[in-house]
Design a protein around this ligand. Sequence first.
Ligand code: C5P
Length: 232
Amino acid sequence: MGKDIIIACDFSTKEDTFSFLDRFKDIKPFVKIGMELYYSEGSDIIKEIKARGHKIFLDLKLHDIPNTVKRAMSVLSKLNIDMCSLHAGGTSDMMRAAAEGIIRDDGTRPMFIAVTQLTSTSQESMQRDLLIDEPMDKVVAHYALTAKNSGLDGVVCSPHESSRVHSVCGKDFLTVTPGIRFKDSVKDDQSRIMTPIEAKKAGSDYIVIGRPITTSKDPVWVYGESLKEFLD
Ligand code: C5P
């Protein structure tokens, strides 16, 4: 499975999304579609972006009882998406069921990625609200290993966690890492950031970049420069 950059298309409408993607002309970046766009536009947006030739990470972070997630994954997988996500906190029973549901009739399936602990969850809030007393890096590594043993292909994590995840789960287990910023660019609400080249050195397999590309005056140039940094 190759390394790539995934652009987080965090737009609220189809029109905004397509006017952004139109700027790339014949270049077809791998894109991430999240809850806001999917819930407002429905599955048609996925079909249309696929028809334009993009790979899609559908980042809906499913979390429910095993049977419900299994059936939902079966529906999503048939949209021919290339990557999708669920919460490892749903336990191995839920992940195993989902890993069955995600297989298409022809035996193929999208890359299947677990969210460990959200980067918005602090050590303090994890202890206070979830009653988890272990250190965050140990929790992330444990969730990643549980995801691997349940049949998943990788995890979403901070680039700072990529090498620990690979050392626990093996180098072929994918790390998909948001929290990417360029030197001198604003951090927005991300706290634990890395540049594309730092993420590459840390072993991230896919990096997810949103605002540094989507709000730039020249997104195509920024995307091209990011690719050079991450892939060369
Ligand atoms: O704009 P920015 O580069 O911060 O976008 C990062 C993307 O990755 C957003 O879509 C955000 O929701 C997502 N994400 C994240 N941290 C996680 C999981 C997903 O920033 N732990």
